[in-house]
Design a protein around this ligand. Structure first.
Ligand code: HEM
Length: 406
């Protein structure tokens, strides 16, 4: 693990951390639960206890609006609307605004909406697996793991089938919009396309919201609109909620499915358990614990305080490190054992505390159904060549592609 820890200190984004997170966690968890990473310019909360305390600490903020404001000042007025749109994303806010933005969306994930989604996950899974036909090899990520969550979210939001292709394009453009506000320079053409994409989102979802006010259905927009009876959210904030759901639920789920299948290839015994129907609801949770796409969540300290004998200063970045916390033997007995039936499994793959993922049950549903159906449809599915190397940055772990033979 020398590359992750000795060359210039700890680096959560190091190649070695992505290839062998068990070794990195074992090394980190014998030391202090909080350590400074010069490379990541952040305090790392490494143990399960330290990370969960971090998620629950109101002195550690999610509020990104000051940074968005600075980006607007740097980039000009055209970015004002992008700023306004992203300010409606609950994940970038603290209470009380966070609570106001989250509540109508939380209430909209009703049992009926979840039941409708189950039907849609099964139908879309079968549609995508069916479209693969007799091809002997394909890229699992491109053909299955990337389209599945986008199509499920389209159904969740009640996007008409005729708009689906456009909707997938939105999804790609959205990442540009989100990363636009990090202040890094982009060329003028990219900047113009970000501003244009913001307007397109507002038009597209604004139209859908107006339509659902007149013609409510079982979709989430209809539920948010009706849960929003006191007009707690502006139209732009409901558009913000839609774009946030699309962003939060797409690439994360794609990576869970791709990372998960790669991991399963190394554990034929666990594949056998899936085939025999022995594991169901616990399956996605163990995949999240071991190969969950989120490595760490970022917070900013709002006041100077002491954590485990370290002075954290106001303005410092603090990472709640999911990757090491999920391997903490104090919480997960025998943490290197990959066990799809593991229970209890209080992993932090969906975060913790007030920002706990709102789509967790949807992601579990997609993971469970997809894995079962894949091994039914392709009983001999295996990697085409060597399994690909992991890639990632300090905050996430993923695969560029996963070529399989069937
Ligand atoms: C495997 C898939 C997923 C993973 C690993 C994941 C992970 C996470 C994590 C770690 C957070 C916490 C953010 C923080 O603490 O700052 C979060 C928040 C959130 N996720 Fe997910 N997510 C997944 C799927 C989904 C899906 C399918 C949806 C909805 C369609 C969704 C919607 C949200 C929302 C709305 C939040 C913000 C909650 C808040 O700030 O109060 N996620 N997710």
């Amino acid at each position: 693990m020398g590359g992750a820890t000795t060359t210039g200190g700890i680096d959560l984004g190091a190649f070695e951390v992505n290839q062998d997170p068990d070794a990195f966690a074992a090394e980190m968890l014998v030391g202090s639960p909080i350590q400074w990473s010069e490379r990541n310019r952040a305090w790392l909360l490494l143990s399960y206890k330290a990370a969960t305390e971090g998620f629950l600490d109101p002195r550690l903020s999610n509020d990104r609006t000051p940074a968005f404001r600075r980006a607007v000042q740097k980039r000009g007025d055209a970015f004002e609307r992008t700023y306004e749109l992203l300010s409606g994303w609950m994940v970038f806010r603290d209470p009380p605004v966070h609570t106001r933005l989250r509540e109508p969306v939380r209430r909209a994930f009703t049992p009926r909406v979840m039941e409708t989604l189950r039907e849609s996950v099964v139908a879309i899974t079968d549609e995508l697996l069916g479209a693969i036909g007799d091809e002997p090899t394909f890229d699992f990520k491109e053909r299955f793991a990337a389209p599945l969550p986008a199509l499920v979210i389209a159904d969740l939001l009640g996007v008409p089938r005729s708009e689906r292709d456009r909707f997938q394009e939105w999804s790609d453009k959205l990442a540009n919009v989100v990363f636009a506000v990090d202040g890094s320079a982009a060329d003028p053409a990219t900047e113009a396309s970000i501003v244009a994409a913001t307007e397109e989102f507002i038009d597209f979802f604004g139209g859908l919201i107006e339509h659902r006010k007149e013609h409510p259905g079982e979709d989430l927009i209809s539920k948010v609109v009706s849960a929003n009876d006191l007009d707690a959210l502006s139209v732009l904030e409901v558009v913000g909620a839609c774009t946030m759901l699309l962003f939060a639920g797409h690439e994360t789920t794609t990576n869970l499915l791709t990372n998960g299948l790669r991991e399963l290839f190394g554990h034929p015994d666990q594949i056998g358990r899936i085939r025999r129907g022995e594991v169901d609801t616990t399956l996605a949770d163990e995949l999240l614990r071991v190969v969950g796409p989120a490595k760490a969540m970022v917070r900013i300290a709002t006041e100077t305080h002491v954590r485990y004998d370290q002075e954290v200063r106001a303005g410092d970045a603090v990472f709640c490190v999911i990757l090491t916390a999920n391997r903490d033997p104090a919480t997960f007995p025998d943490p290197t054992r990959f066990d799809l039936g593991r229970t209890p499994n209080p992993h932090l793959g969906f975060g913790w505390g007030s920002h706990l993922c709102l789509g967790g049950n949807l992601a579990r549903l997609e993971g469970g159904i997809a894995m079962r159906r894949i091994f039914e449809r392709f009983p001999d599915i295996r990697p085409d060549g060597e399994p690909p190397a992991w890639r990632g940055n300090p905050l996430g772990r993923s695969l560029r592609a996963l070529h399989v033979q069937v």
